[in-house]
Design a protein around this ligand. Structure first.
Ligand code: ZN
Length: 334
């Protein structure tokens, strides 16, 4: 089955650039920049394979995040990540990154970051025949001011990106705090997705849709606790970007077998399958599909349905969608 799943043309909507940096490259570039690595077994120490609270998981992500130090590393590593993505037969990818965090170590300008990622995208699209869309992340923990700056950047580069995201600690930084900048982005025509209801209260999901104008929800697993939230998602056709392994590792769910993905499908919620930070968690999108079949009881047809749901809800341009449809997804449902 693994070979069949690997061969499927895939769409991925929720994947972080930094958490997709292959482990060997993380080690190589950490050494190059003389960045500290875990003393014992660095190869394993930079990954998270057993469940731990979300803040600790984010601390571990730091090893990968720091490798994006300057224009050269951002360009080279973004290209390598896209190469890795193409090798898993992902034909349409929305890759997200946080300019705030990436610019931090060496005070890189946001515009330099954009130039480097866009140049990597151009080469990767040409070399691997994939369609790439970038989503800029505003990190809640960095505060409203940095959020405003990220939205300014997103608007400046509006033609080159496909949307914006809000991530980080939702428990201490409620969605309402970011209403003003996100409304501004929405009015300017940017698509919005937010990490919401991952480990925090399900009501944040509806608030994010109503006040932040999110048209997709990252994770949203906690919606399973509240039928009114589920009904809201169904009525408004808002899809969830679910990431089974990530949800297990961050303790959003107690056990992988208890992941509510299939239950959401049965209740009429539109679901998509994603890998989130695959190299941090030691997974791939193919492996996530395999988990959904083996552990959650999805059929191959249901996997294909989630791919088409992802395709339908993708924020990429009509032109990119048409090309991907004609070249890869036209026959998927047959
Ligand atoms: Zn995420």
């Amino acid at each position: 089955m693994k070979a069949i799943l690997k061969a499927l043309p895939k769409v991925e909507l929720h994947r972080h650039l930094e958490g997709s940096l292959p482990v060997p490259l993380t080690l190589e570039w950490s050494k190059k920049y003389r960045l500290p690595l875990p003393e014992k077994k660095p190869h394993e120490g930079i990954q998270v394979k057993t469940p731990m609270p979300l803040p600790q998981v984010l601390e571990r992500l730091f090893y990968q995040q720091r490798c994006f130090q300057d224009k050269e590393s951002v360009e080279t590593l973004t290209y390598e990540v896209l190469k890795d993505i193409a090798q898993d037969n992902i034909k349409l990818i929305e890759l997200r990154f946080s300019p705030g965090f990436m610019a931090e170590p060496r005070k890189l300008s946001f515009d330099t970051l954009m130039e480097a990622t866009l140049s990597a995208r151009e080469s990767a699209q040409k070399d691997f025949g994939i369609e790439v869309g970038f989503i800029l992340i505003s990190s809640r923990d960095l505060g409203v001011e940095i959020c405003e700056e990220t939205i300014d950047l997103a608007l400046r580069w509006k033609k080159e990106i496909v949307g914006i995201d809000l991530a980080g600690d939702e428990t201490n930084f409620h969605p309402e705090l970011f209403e003003k900048p996100f409304q501004r982005a929405h009015k300017a025509g940017l698509f919005i997705t937010t990490h919401s209801g991952e480990v925090s209260h399900p009501s944040h999901i509806t608030t994010s849709i109503q006040k932040l104008k999110a048209s997709r929800i990252g994770h949203g697993v906690q919606a399973i606790q509240d039928l009114t939230v589920i009904q809201y998602l169904v009525n408004h056709k808002i899809p969830l970007e679910l990431c089974p392994t990530s949800n297990f590792i961050t303790k959003a769910i107690p056990h992988i077998k208890e992941h509510p993905l299939k239950k959401f499908m049965e209740l009429g919620v539109e679901v998509t399958i994603n890998s989130d930070d695959p190299t941090l968690f030691g997974t791939t999108l193919t492996q996530e599909y395999e988990i959904c079949m083996k552990e959650l009881g999805l059929s191959l047809d249901e996997i294909k349905k989630t791919i088409l749901t992802s395709f339908y809800h993708s924020f990429v341009s009509k032109e990119q969608k048409n090309r991907a449809w004609k070249n890869h997804f036209k026959y998927l449902g047959n």
